[in-house]
Design a protein around this ligand. Structure first.
Ligand code: ATP
Ligand code: MG
Ligand code: MG
Length: 355
C-alpha cells in the first residue's frame, strides 16, 4: 500500500490525484500550513506541485522522506540565479543575463544587455509577478531591495512563446508531448494550442535540450521547459520541475495526460509514449466566476479549481480537443460571450492560430 504525497494542495495536486485514481494509485495533496503533518509510510513517494516552500511542520516531514522525487533539484530551480547558471553550464541557450549585485548599476546592465532589461526576483516570482522592467529611454532604476535579490535578463524580441512538457522514467527513458504554443497576457498564461504542424520542425531540438537537462540531474517525472522562439532559434525562458499549465491540454488531447505521466514516473509504473489526438486548445479562467453555461459549449471540458475568485488568479481552465476548422470556430464563437471582455483578444489569437 503506497501513497503519493503532494507538497501543496492547489490545483496541480488536485489534478494529479484525479489522474491517479483510475490507475489505482492513491495521491494525497497536503496543505503545507496544516497543523498536523501526515504520517508517511516507508514506501510512500513525495512529490511537489510548487518550486519553493517555507519550513512548516508539514514540509519538514515531507522533506525528510527518502523517496522525495528530485528533491535537490527544487532548490536549483527555485533560485533563478542557480537555474540560469545550470543552463549555462549545460550550454543550453537562454536569454543573456547577469546577477544584480550590491554595486550593479543601470548603466552596466544596459551596456551589457541592451536598452531594455528585465529584472526578475531570484525567488518567489510566478504569473509575471516579481518582474521589473529597466528601460534606458525612460531612465528607469533598479529598486533598492532588488540589489542582491534579482537577476537581469536581456529583453528578447521573440516571435512567439512555446513550451515542451516531457518526462523521464526511473529507467532513464525520456518521453515528450508535442510543443505547445502559448499566449501570455499581462505576464500570465491565458491560452495554449497543441499540436501545431508548423512547430514540428522545432520538436527535435527542443527535445534534445530538455533531455540534456533531465539527464544531467537524473530527473524522474514531468518537467516543463518554457521557451522563446526567435527565428529558428529556441531560447529557454524558464524551467518548471513539475506538471505545468501549458500541459493541461493533455487531459483532453492525449491518452495519458501530463498528470498521469508524472504519477507513473514517480511511482515506477510502466510508462509508454503518450499518443495525441486532434487539435487541442486550452483557455485559462483567470479571475472569473464559475459559469455553468461553459458546460453547454460543444466539446468543452471544464476543470474548476474550487478556489476563491480574485482578479488575476487562475481559477480553472477549459480544454477542447477538436477536428475541423468549423467545429473549432463554433466552439470559440460560443465561448466568447461567456468570458470577460478581455478574452476578446484571447479568442482572436486562437482563431488566428487555428482557423
Ligand atoms: P510563470 O507563471 O510561467 O512561472 P514567471 O513569473 O515565473 O511566470 P517568466 O516565465 O520568467 O515569469 O516570465 C513571464 C513572461 O514574461 C514570459 O512568459 C514572457 O512573456 C515575459 N518574459 C520573460 N522573460 C522575458 C525576456 N527576457 N524578454 C522578454 N519577455 C520576457
Ligand atoms: Mg515561473
Ligand atoms: Mg513562466
Amino acid at each position: 500500500d503506497q501513497t503519493v504525497w503532494v507538497l501543496g494542495a492547489g490545483q496541480l495536486g488536485n489534478m494529479l490525484q484525479h489522474a491517479a485514481y483510475p490507475l489505482g494509485v492513491k495521491v494525497t495533496p497536503v496543505d503545507i500550513d496544516a497543523d498536523i503533518p501526515p504520517v508517511l509510510g516507508e514506501n510512500d513517494v513525495v512529490t511537489a506541485e510548487r518550486e519553493q516552500w517555507p519550513e512548516t511542520p508539514v514540509t519538514n516531514v515531507l522533506a525528510a522522506h527518502k523517496n522525495f522525487a528530485n528533491q535537490n533539484f527544487f532548490a536549483t530551480i527555485a533560485d533563478r540565479f542557480k537555474q540560469k547558471s545550470l543552463l549555462d553550464s549545460l550550454n543550453l541557450a537562454s536569454a543573456p543575463w547577469q546577477l544584480v549585485e550590491e554595486n550593479t548599476t543601470e548603466n552596466q546592465l544596459h551596456a551589457k544587455l541592451g536598452d531594455r532589461v528585465l529584472l526578475k526576483r531570484r525567488t518567489g516570482g510566478y504569473d509575471g509577478r516579481g518582474q521589473h522592467w529597466l528601460k534606458q529611454a525612460e531612465s528607469s532604476t533598479i529598486p533598492d531591495d532588488w540589489h542582491n535579490n534579482a537577476i537581469a535578463e536581456q529583453a528578447i524580441n521573440f516571435d512567439e512563446e512555446i513550451s515542451l512538457v516531457g518526462m523521464r522514467d526511473k529507467n532513464g527513458q525520456c518521453y515528450f508531448y508535442p510543443l505547445a504554443l502559448n499566449l501570455h497576457q499581462d505576464g500570465i498564461l491565458t491560452a495554449t494550442v497543441a499540436p501545431l504542424p508548423r512547430l514540428d520542425k522545432y520538436q527535435a531540438i527542443a527535445e534534445k535540450m530538455l533531455t540534456t537537462l533531465m539527464e544531467a540531474v537524473e530527473y524522474v517525472g514531468v518537467m516543463a521547459m518554457e521557451c522563446f522562439r526567435v527565428g529558428d532559434q529556441i531560447l529557454i525562458n524558464e524551467i518548471a520541475p513539475r506538471v505545468h499549465n501549458s500541459g493541461h491540454w493533455t487531459q483532453a488531447g492525449c491518452n495519458i495526460s501530463q498528470f498521469e505521466s508524472h504519477v507513473r514516473c514517480v511511482t515506477g509504473l510502466p510508462m509508454i509514449q503518450p499518443s495525441v489526438r486532434n487539435t487541442n486548445f486550452m483557455i485559462n479562467l483567470i479571475g472569473c466566476e464559475l459559469d455553468a453555461q461553459w458546460l453547454a459549449v460543444e466539446g468543452s471540458e471544464l476543470f474548476w479549481y474550487q478556489k476563491s475568485v480574485r482578479a488575476g488568479r487562475k481559477v480553472g481552465h477549459i480544454n477542447f480537443s477538436k477536428t475541423g476548422k468549423k467545429n473549432i470556430e463554433t466552439a470559440l464563437d460560443q465561448m466568447q460571450p461567456l468570458l470577460p471582455e478581455r478574452y476578446v483578444q484571447t479568442i482572436a489569437w486562437l482563431k488566428n492560430e487555428l482557423l
